[in-house]
Design a protein around this ligand. Structure first.
Ligand code: NAP
Ligand code: ZN
Ligand code: ZN
Length: 347
């Protein structure tokens, strides 16, 4: 075991505290990563505040991890000391089920092992990226391509792949009209990636306050959902809508924006159930779907795609002491567009 510095929350209502956690000794297939940056995902907040259910505290969140390899186990052959690497939302899976074998480890039939808040296959609780080091099986460690710096790469490991995966699955590209609902951490990556894939991109945001940013990020159009005219003007106009919003929306209104055979994909994960009238789906043969992050191979494909298209996250770098304040700003939709913790501030 080795002791490393981390920021943990001791309960759902308490502020983060600087503390020490233990990382396991390297097994033959393990990689010790010196974490440089960790993004703050809204899922960290849902989890730490127990909005999704009970949590075993203390909790060290963080599943948007970028750093360098410091040490490798005796059988590691995918990564070398000094390599620039990343870790996303999962650190293991069964590797034997039909979904794992298809490269969709996030949908492992035995449940993937979350980067934090889970029990690892070694029986120990997992703790995430708000820390100086992490030990991860080499198969769940991604390579960060040259040309994408570690700070802007970190959010790609969750926000990037969570948008890349459904955009690819539902065929976003030239000739397709794609709407991204919510311009936060996930949404801003959705705009960049959908634009790079060649789709016509519309942002649906609560107000027009982020309009200039949205257009700079690659959106072709930008509408305020607080303006009822938006739903009239855009009725039936999209092939694909990706909803990244962390709170419940009036789903029927958003489904009415889909054209024939259109799909609305929820990646936003509010705690409360959402309801949809059948007649929001039946006309126009609409689908309402969900999507969870992406598999390991697709995460690597997304990182390579981002490098090729010179895409990274728009970030605001913060210290460990600013995590609580950053959480409040994310909840207030006041993030531009991802907070990234610099672990050099933990010293
Ligand atoms: P975020 O940065 O907070 O972005 C969410 C955006 O939604 C906000 O910036 C805001 O955009 C909009 N919004 C927030 N509250 C709203 C409300 N009450 N009504 C309408 N719009 C609202 O969060 P994130 O990190 O992108 O995560 C978004 C959601 O995705 C979270 O629920 C998170 O847990 C989930 N998530 C899911 C996956 C997955 O695999 N499916 C992966 C990661 C995260 P505007 O200001 O533009 O309106
Ligand atoms: Zn996330
Ligand atoms: Zn599996």
């Amino acid at each position: 075991m080795r002791s490393v510095t981390a920021y943990a929350t001791p309960s759902a209502k308490a502020p983060f505290e600087k503390t020490t956690i233990e990382r396991r000794d390297l097994g033959p297939r393990d990689v010790l990563i010196k974490i440089a940056f960790a993004g703050i995902c809204h899922s960290d907040i849902h989890t730490a505040r127990e909005e999704w259910g009970q949590v075993n505290f203390p909790l060290v969140p963080g599943h948007e991890i970028a750093g360098t390899v410091e040490e490798i186990g005796s059988a590691v052959d995918k990564h070398q000391v000094g390599d620039r690497v990343g870790v996303g939302c999962m650190v293991d899976s069964c590797r034997k089920c039909v979904n794992c074998l298809a490269g969709e480890e996030q949908y492992c039939l035995e449940g993937n092992v979350g980067t934090y808040g889970a029990i690892g296959r070694d029986g120990q609780p997992t703790q995430g990226g708000y820390s100086t080091h992490i030990v991860v099986d080499q198969d769940f460690v991604l390579s960060i391509p040259e040309g994408v710096s570690l700070d802007v790469a970190a959010p790609l490991l969750c926000a990037g792949v969570t948008l890349y995966s459904p955009l690819k699955h539902w065929g976003a590209g030239p000739g397709k009209k794609v709407a991204i609902v919510g311009l936060g951490g996930l949404g801003h990556m959705g705009v960049k990636i959908a634009h790079a894939l060649g789709a016509e991109v519309t942002v649906l945001s609560q107000t027009l306050s982020k309009k200039d940013d949205g257009l700079k990020l690659g959106a072709d159009h930008f509408y305020a959902t607080s303006d009822p005219a938006t739903f009239k003007d855009l009725a039936g106009s999209f092939d694909l809508i990706i909803n990244t919003v962390s709170a419940n929306l009036p789903m029927a209104d958003y489904l009415s924006l889909l054209g024939l055979n259109g799909t609305l994909v929820n990646v936003g994960a509010p705690a409360e159930p959402q309801s949809v009238p059948a007649f929001a789906l039946i006309p126009m043969r609409r689908s309402w779907a969900g999507s969870m992050i992406g598999g390991i191979a697709q995460t690597q494909e997304m990182l390579d795609f981002c490098a090729e298209h010179h895409l990274g996250s728009e970030i605001e770098v913060i210290s460990g002491e600013q995590i609580d304040e950053a959480y409040d700003r994310v909840v207030d939709s006041d993030v531009r567009y991802r907070f990234v913790i610099d672990t050099a501030t933990f010293a």
